[in-house]
Design a binder for this molecule. Structure first.
Ligand code: GLU
Ligand code: MG
Length: 447
């Protein structure tokens, strides 16, 4: 679609409000709503936002050392005609995701979607195509009278009872997304009390990230309509299962169409390229956490023996490892399990692909898979003896690992990686300066 097609669609869909939207470095959807009278102008020239917005943390405080400040001008958010959706649950309203441009209408270095495109072009130049599918878990909460939240404890894991209890909500999500042209592959009551999961059909990475973000907004909006909260927090309660964002990646021959990851035998379905790709992801695993699991809360999820990975290992069909190769030769793909929904998915996918690419370049060796053991139960000593490293155990460790990872930082160069670190370190500083309820519980009358 081009700009004129988008204008035609807006007219056909009888839209009067267009939410011109970008995702900031916290992964937050940021938008302005534009009235019909300005559609033509905005589809051609974009909407102005301050560059400084990108140096703000999730609590709306600005990183003092950020390069974008009050005086550094604007970027233009230009609606991408291929990332337009009419919102069926709102009257005459649509959303468009944007590419960021400079005021001179040039690509803007800080634009997350642009950064993902750049890494994808590396693969395209070698006639490789990537597919991605993002599987998101979320928890459903109800508000309590005292302003707190309580988990909607829908039936046991994968039970029909769980589906039944929230059938109207879950089916509304699927139907709404289908009406928007987003195909939900499946939706289930997950392992945790109050936890659900949906997966959207695989697509090219940019479209997969766009559709995932839209789906997340739809689940939230439809939950809100019912007075509920769909929370994507990685570990919302100590005793509840964590919410992950599993990234499934496929690598294809663009000309012949073959699966480049597949090729080995039944007990080793990865091709040599597949092994190298996995080797790259393992080598960059510490830095990847900085982008895929970028909050302090993320590390309360990435705990041993939780099915969220804590160890850097891979295996076939093994849910205890960081990288699972689920499907054998037929639909051979790689599932990276450490990410969560607090990421900016454009950065996250960029980093995963840059790591995989580096693996191809360096012919990385992933070592032997762990197929028959749950590495999540390995002690530190056992892990050490088997040569398995741990993922970073905290946000500061993950951000330091990212900063040291030249491949990942250069995939986000020249500015986005550095500014991302500043925003996240500001968040960390706030956390460190906050007295948490646990501290009063432990220390109020002690020692
Ligand atoms: N909830 C687990 C996580 O946080 C994943 C469970 C699963 O789907 O395998 O990653
Ligand atoms: Mg799951």
């Amino acid at each position: 679609m081009n700009g004129q097609d988008l204008l035609n669609r807006l007219k056909e869909d009888k839209i009067e409000n267009l939410w011109v939207t970008y995702h900031d470095y916290n992964g937050r959807a940021c938008a302005k709503t534009i009235p019909k009278s300005r559609f033509a102008e905005v589809v051609e020239g974009g909407v102005v936002f301050a560059r400084a917005n990108l140096n703000f943390g999730i609590d709306d405080h600005m990183a003092a050392d950020g390069i974008w400040q009050a005086q550094t001008g604007d970027f233009l958010a230009l609606p991408d005609p291929d990332a337009y959706w009419k919102l069926p649950y709102l009257d005459k309203t649509a959303i468009a995701l944007c590419n960021m441009l400079t005021e001179e209408y040039q690509p803007f270095d800080g634009c997350p979607r642009q950064i993902l495109r750049r890494t994808l072009s590396l693969f395209a130049e070698r006639d490789m195509a990537i597919t991605a599918a993002l599987e998101a878990e979320f928890s459903l909460f109800a508000k309590t009278d005292d302003g707190d939240v309580t988990p909607c404890r829908a039936g046991g894991m994968f039970t029909l009872a769980g589906l039944n209890q929230f059938a109207d909500f879950l089916q509304d999500i699927v139907a709404t997304l289908e009406a928007m042209g987003i195909q939900v592959e499946q939706m289930g009551k997950e392992y945790g009390a109050s936890q659900f999961e949906f997966s959207v059909r695989y697509d090219a990475p940019l479209a997969a990230a766009d559709r995932y973000l839209i789906s997340k907004e739809v689940t939230r909006a439809l939950a809100l309509q019912r007075g509920l909260i769909a929370s994507y927090m990685p570990k919302p309660f100590t005793d509840l299962a964590g919410n992950g964002l599993h990234a499934n990646l496929g690598l294809w021959d663009r000309r012949a169409g073959g699966n480049l990851l597949a090729g080995g035998g039944a007990d080793n379905p990865l091709s040599e390229i597949g092994r190298q790709f996995v080797g790259g992801l393992l080598a960059h695993a510490p830095g990847l956490c900085g982008l895929g699991a970028p909050t302090v809360n993320s590390y309360k999820r990435l705990q041993p023996a939780s099915w969220a990975p804590a160890h850097i290992a891979w295996g076939l069909g093994n849910r205890g490892v960081l990288l699972r190769v689920p499907d054998g030769n037929k639909r051979c793909r790689v599932e990276y399990r450490a990410g969560d929904n607090t990421c900016n998915p454009y950065f996250f996918l960029t980093a995963l692909l840059a790591a995989g690419w580096d693996g191809l370049r360096k012919k990385a060796d992933p070592g032997a898979p762990f197929n028959d053991e749950d590495v999540g139960h390995f002690s530190a000593a056992e892990s050490g003896a088997r040569g398995i490293r741990f993922l970073p155990r905290s946000l500061p460790a993950a951000l330091d690992a990212l900063e040291k990872d030249e491949i990942l930082m250069s995939a986000l160069a020249p500015v986005a990686g550095r500014e991302f670190l500043k925003v996240k370190r500001l968040e960390l500083e706030t956390y460190n300066l906050t007295v948490h309820p646990w501290e009063r519980q432990m220390y109020l009358e002690a020692p």
